[in-house]
Structures are given as structure tokens and as C-alpha cells.
Write a protein that binds this ligand. Structure first.
Ligand code: SF4
Length: 160
């Protein structure tokens, strides 16, 4: 499972990079490929869920600490569309400490997600709790890319 520390140290980004490399260097369905099944298992540990704006707002309003920062995987695609993620609680504190996010108010976090309304919102479990809300960019997103290659991981996908 991914931990807050993995986000702070960049280990999560490295794992995303490795998974995307597999997707980029192969073609077709990966569902029977041993390496890909390992990737799928790792991804599923984040229990990523597609959520609506009111659901995201609910998580934000219940959090003790809120931070905003560039979506984690954009570091791998600096020229791509820019969106910001909302980090909550322990993850928010780690991201602020590592210089990857800034403390934000409830209103700022909600406004940021509203601005990215055309990007599907995904919440991920970090250190065992849902703490990262991303306005995802499907062409670069490890979850969307996995789904496209037959590796199911996104819960609530039927709502999109
Ligand atoms: S776009 Fe996908 S892979 Fe990138 S940070 Fe967001 S949820 Fe993670």
C-alpha cells in the first residue's frame, strides 16, 4: 500500500513512472501478463474511486488539514494540462513538509476542484485512508491507462 512517506520521498512517482513505462512499451490487453497483474495489484491497493464533486467536498470538509499541490504524476509530463490535487490530513502535512503542496482552506480546495470540472475526480487511499483527491488527466493517469489496457482498478467507473 502507498504511504504518506512514499509521496514525500517521491517513491510513488517512481512507481507511477515504472507502470507507465510498461504501458508505453507494450500493446493490447495486459490482463494475462504476469508483470501487469503485479502492477494491477499495486494500483488496486490505493482503492481508487471515482467520485462526484459533493462527495469530494464531504471529504474536504471532514479533514483537519487540507493542502493543494500539482497532481503528483504531472512531474513526469511537465508539458501536459495542469491540474491541482487536494491532499488531506497526514498526507497534506507530508506534502507541505516536502515542498510539494501548500496549506489551503476548504473554500480554496473546493474552488480548485470546481475549476477542473472537466477532469474526473479520483480519490486514493494513502496510509490506509482516503487522503488524495485528484482532478485526473486520463491520457497520463496510471489508473485510466491501466483500465484502458484491461487492468480494472477504478471503483464506480460505471458512473462516468
Ligand atoms: S492523474 Fe491519476 S496518476 Fe496522476 S496524480 Fe492523478 S490520480 Fe494519480
Amino acid at each position: 500500500m502507498g504511504t504518506s512517506e512514499d509521496y514525500g520521498t517521491g517513491r510513488v512517482l517512481e512507481n507511477i513512472r515504472k507502470a507507465l513505462h510498461v504501458f508505453d512499451s507494450t500493446e493490447g490487453s495486459l490482463s494475462n501478463n504476469e508483470q501487469s497483474v503485479r502492477i494491477q495489484k499495486k494500483i488496486q491497493e490505493f482503492e481508487p474511486r471515482i467520485l462526484s464533486f459533493p462527495e469530494a467536498s464531504d471529504y474536504i470538509r471532514k479533514a483537519v488539514t487540507i493542502a493543494l499541490g500539482e497532481r503528483v504524476c504531472r512531474a513526469l509530463h511537465p508539458g501536459s494540462v495542469s491540474t491541482e490535487s487536494v491532499f488531506l490530513d497526514e498526507l497534506a502535512e507530508t506534502m507541505v513538509r516536502s515542498g510539494q503542496a501548500r496549506i489551503a482552506s476548504i473554500e480554496d480546495a473546493e474552488q480548485t476542484l470546481k475549476k477542473s470540472f472537466q477532469h474526473p475526480l479520483i480519490i486514493s487511499k494513502v496510509s490506509g485512508r482516503y487522503q488524495e483527491i485528484c482532478a485526473s488527466y486520463p491520457p497520463d493517469c496510471v489508473y485510466w491507462r491501466a483500465e484502458k489496457r484491461g487492468l480494472h482498478c477504478l471503483l464506480n467507473r460505471k458512473n462516468i
